[in-house]
Design a binder for this molecule. Structure first.
Ligand SMILES: [Zn+2]
Length: 379
């Protein structure tokens, strides 16, 4: 029968272990913990998460789209794991605070008891041990029978009071030690869990970085010119596209953009990778790469186009070109119902690309195609 304390600790550990196991890409944490129980828990958690890891390794991504999806997924898992880490730290912080408050209250109670215990003990001892009284208490010597009886009762009461105070003090000290130990065990479990989560985040970062590198290599292989100087060491990185939302239309930073197989053209990383994949399929069908006349348009470029040909370009700061999610195509696609247009209309969705509804009529722009991140995220 577990004590309430150990029952509580078991409950906490069970919750933490189940969380660690259910997390994607979880790996065995090589956490060095001081206690044996903590080590046991590490081993148990490691065993079950390793099988998850092996399952994921069973199907390594092969296509550009799969690589992009896996890289984005890994990055999302990092963010999730970090959030879990913060939440757990908060939770344990609250539990520890609660325990500390309890210990403090107990210490105060013990101090109060100690204050009472001292005079009580002294009084009772002096009554019993005064050598001048020949072993007879002053209560017995003085007064008549009734008074003596009453005083004996008083004495018994005092002795009982002293014993009660001592018993209470001992109980409180035990409780205090128990709570202090509970706090320590919770702290150890919390540190272990934190170490496991940190190890998980590190493994996820490694996987995300490996996937981005594979992706970059695959893109270079199909002719995308990823300049070492311009894109930094990250290459073509689709994992940080969620940051794109904080930048205004036409002001995307270079780190979020990625070149297309068509020299001089670029799009937001996820759209660019999807486009490169679509381009491979197009090339297989028509024997030539897609013809791109326009892609990402900075705010300055949008303004230049707008003032040169008003009515033919979206209002500056409103175009999906400024979000790095749209291309204008040539090579036949720009002709409505051409074989190229029809092929693209039938096949682009499988790569997250669409011809938006408005472009069929108002304004009629058969050349304008867009990447839909929502659609792309489902691939
Ligand atoms: Zn356009």
């Amino acid at each position: 029968m577990p004590s309430p304390r150990s029952a509580r600790l078991i409950a906490v550990v069970t919750v933490m272990t189940s969380l660690a196991v259910s997390a994607p890409y979880g790996t065995a944490a090589a956490a060095s913990a001081d206690t044996t129980t903590a080590k046991d828990r590490t081993a148990a958690a490691g065993e079950s998460t390793e099988s998850t890891w092996a399952g994921e390794l069973g199907k390594e991504p092969t296509s550009l789209t799969e690589l992009r999806r896996e890289a984005q997924k890994a990055y999302k898992s990092i963010e999730d794991a970090n959030r879990a880490l913060v939440a757990r730290q908060k939770k344990f912080g609250a539990v520890e605070k609660e325990l500390a408050a309890k210990v403090q209250r107990l210490q105060q109670a013990t101090a109060e008891l100690n204050k009472l215990r001292k005079p009580l003990s002294e009084l009772v001892s002096s009554i019993y041990q005064d050598p001048s009284l020949d072993g007879i208490s002053p209560f017995f010597r003085a007064g008549n029978g009734t008074t003596t009886l009453r005083r004996i009762a008083d004495l018994d009461h005092l002795v009982a009071g002293r014993n009660n105070v001592l018993d209470d003090a001992i109980k409180l000290l035990d409780k205090q030690q128990q709570l202090a130990q509970e706090a320590q065990e919770l702290r150890a479990a919390s540190l272990l869990q934190e170490a496991q989560l940190n190890a998980q985040v590190a493994a996820l970062r490694k996987r995300s970085s490996t996937l981005v590198k594979s992706l970059t290599r695959a893109l270079i292989k199909i002719g995308v010119k990823i300049g070492e100087g311009t894109k930094g060491a990250g290459g073509c990185d689709p994992t940080r596209i969620s940051e794109a939302e904080q930048y205004p239309n036409g002001l995307l930073p270079k780190s979020i953009l990625c070149p297309l197989p068509q020299a001089g053209e670029e799009l937001r990383a996820d759209a660019a990778i999807a486009f490169a994949d679509l381009n491979l399929a197009y090339k297989k069908r028509f024997g030539t790469s897609m013809c791109v006349s326009d892609s990402y348009r900075s705010l300055a470029e949008q303004q230049a186009v707008y003032y040169r040909r008003p009515g033919f370009a979206a209002t500056p700061g409103k175009s999906n070109h400024g979000l790095g999610l749209a291309v204008d195509l040539c090579g036949g696609v720009q002709i409505f119902r051409s074989v190229q247009f029809n092929w693209l209309e039938a096949n682009s969705k499988r790569y997250g690309w669409v011809h938006p509804d408005w472009a069929y009529s108002s304004p009629f722009e058969p050349w304008h195609w867009e990447y839909d991140p929502k659609l792309g995220s489902l691939l």
